[in-house]
Write a protein that binds this ligand. Structure first.
Ligand SMILES: Cc1cc2nc3c(=O)[nH]c(=O)nc-3n(C[C@H](O)[C@H](O)[C@H](O)COP(=O)(O)O)c2cc1C
Length: 338
């Protein structure tokens, strides 16, 4: 495998104008992705936000995930909603969105489905709300539906659905019953055993897994002695979480791989080297979120770097690299760090 310096030189030496389509193209739950890159929910608005930036194209991504959508419109949390941390970012947007009716009736017709695949991101406070939103998207042109099970369950006192395998499986099973579109479940890292949760979501009928959502954190304004984030806590994203996300993908792949359930690996990916690590760990596709905030053109560089690596390794297609990590299992399972 390449080291960082070698990868940087691969990115620099890559041909201009984007990588050849074929080595990067893949089939994801029956959908044709032109690239393994997936633009992540909450980081690209409703698919139109970055298209105003010169040089940016949705075509550089295999798929674009829309902002989390709920049954009714939500205004979101009080400010501050985002805060930069060392190598990362805290956010507590609070699922600001115009509601599923507006998304389906007004936003989806404006999207150009020839550019890329568009994936809805479904959120809810109750299982009934998840089902209602999923059903609306099922009757829309959207290509796939991702369910964000990190939301607080109001009936269970605000604990997140995704932190408990039982509750995760209930949401997945309920949504599965109302859609035949590819169903992706986005797993929370804020739980004891992500493998068990992945297993239960697969049994409940998910077609794919997204690993991972943000990791809860906080920051304090010491002058004011107040939390910086209006919601007190927020989700940490960006390079700070990459090693954690990578391990979670590796663990989930152990469960999902034998069932041929593909994974969208995500959490802090900013370079082709990062993307390759996730693919080798078991991700079929790789999500880019926070990196877009400071480099909206990052996808093209990552596509080019991955294509150069594949050529150098004599691999005809990126899927040949998925889950090719060489490891002694007893070493990987050792919980000791020192
Ligand atoms: C500002 C912001 C808003 C987000 N909103 C959502 C959301 O609505 N639904 C969701 O499933 N994930 C949401 N996420 C999580 C991202 O989709 C992604 O899983 C996470 O940020 C990790 O990837 P990254 O480190 O590349 O950003 C959001 C992340 C950020 C930074």
């Amino acid at each position: 495998m390449c080291d960082n310096a070698a990868m940087a030189s691969l990115e620099k030496d890559a041909p201009a104008g984007g990588a050849a389509a074929t080595p990067l193209a893949l089939n994801f739950c029956g959908l044709k992705f032109a690239s393994p890159i997936v633009l992540l929910s909450g980081c690209v608005g409703f698919g139109e936000e970055y298209t105003r930036i010169e040089g940016f194209s949705n075509r550089d991504a295999g798929a674009v995930v829309l902002k989390g959508t709920t049954g009714a419109a939500r205004l979101g949390n009080p400010p501050h909603r985002v805060y930069e941390t060392p190598a990362g970012m805290l956010n507590a947007i609070g699922l600001q969105n115009p509601g599923v009716d507006h998304v389906v009736r007004v936003i989806l017709p404006q999207l150009d489905f020839t550019e890329t695949r568009f994936i809805a991101n479904v959120s809810g406070s109750t299982i009934e709300e998840y089902v209602e939103v999923t059903r609306r998207f099922d009757a829309s042109p959207i290509d796939a539906i991702e369910i964000n099970i990190s939301c607080p369950n109001v009936k269970e006192g605000g604990v997140a659905f995704g932190n408990y395998p039982d509750m995760s499986a209930q949401v997945v099973a309920a949504c599965r019953r109302v859609t035949k579109k590819p169903l992706i479940t986005k797993l929370s890292p804020n739980q004891t055993d992500i493998r068990e949760n992945a297993r239960r979501c697969i049994e409940a009928g998910t077609d794919a897994l997204a690993v991972i959502n943000t990791i809860m954190g906080m920051a304090i304004d010491v002058a004011e002695r107040r939390p910086v984030i209006g919601n007190v806590q927020g989700g940490l994203s960006g390079p700070a979480i990459k090693p954690i996300a990578l391990l979670k993908v590796h663990q989930v792949y152990e469960v999902a791989g034998p069932h041929r359930i593909p994974i969208i690996g995500q959490g802090g990916i900013t370079t082709a080297h990062d993307a390759l690590e996730f693919i080798i760990a078991g991700a079929t596709a790789v999500g880019i979120g926070t990196a877009l905030f400071y480099d909206p053109l990052v996808c093209r560089r990552i596509n080019e770097g991955v294509a150069v690596y594949l050529a150098a390794q004599g691999l005809a297609n990126v899927t040949e690299l998925v889950g090719t990590l060489r490891t002694a299992k007893d070493v990987a399972d050792c919980a000791l760090s020192g």
